[in-house]
Ligand binder design. Sequence first.
Ligand SMILES: [Zn+2]
Length: 325
Amino acid sequence: MERLIDLGVLPIRMKGARGYKPHFSVLFRLDVQRIFGIDTSYSPNVEQILLITHAHSDHHGNSAMLSPKSIASEKTAKALEIRYGCRFTGMTFKTGEVIDIDGVKVRTHPTGHTIGATAFSWENEVGTHILATGDVKDVSHLPKCDVLITEANYGDPLDPGCRFEDDTEGFKAAIGEGVAFGAYPFGKAQRAVELLRHFGYYDEVEMEHKSLELTRQLMEGAEPLVGLGENGGKMSVVPPWHLHRLPDRLDKFVLTGRECQPHKRIRISDHLDFNGLIKMVERCSPEMTIVYHPTGDVPAKFAQHLNENGFSAISIDEITNVIVA
Ligand SMILES: [Zn+2]
């Protein structure tokens, strides 16, 4: 933590009546003192900018999208609007653009986790480069930095389930008549359609309502798409919890990095696996890493592993600076 203070970065957590707010905020100086919230929720009492990396609900309070102080990519804002049925009132940008946030020059970098998923980087008064990634699938657009703020969904070094490669060949082999893929409506469903088109499947894909709307509005090259049951069940993409409602004659698979009973699984993840996370840290070569996601003890395990292997790191639970918001 002292090293972070040398670098001019103070991580703080906000606490409300119901306990800690999601994730944390970064206090730094550039002319004046500023606070950027990283995938956190709106607190009327705290003057802070909210950076939303992507449209998964575990990455922001629902209130964040209603705050004029929120910043999200155009596609993330659109996805939030479709998912929650209300208008995004913050500022938007095209991923890859450099944006001006209250006089701070912030660069934006795609992370490949979902459509619209964006990492943010900026420099503080003492020249420290800070990079906040959100969830990451593709590290190729991430810059070097001094302080890396990142996830560790598959960051447990001792869990064999955290080391894998995407089974795109398994996906390809599963493509056929009467197949249903179970995929979360935002993120995995678009990846399923992308893979189908990539492997030359150009027929109609039936999709559950929300998945269909998100895919149609956010993804280029996805059509032809139709509603469920409109093409005789030849090829469907539905949420995993919807698979059991489809006819038994269909061949059903769930696309996930995790075990998923009772259906057959095809290992396709929207996250880096453990080795990928390590490669990301090596690539960004930070002086300090702050592991802030997911909840549970995996961020601490990943931070410990980094510390034992030549990288300095802390996890979110080590942040002791608290503001009552
Ligand atoms: Zn996510």
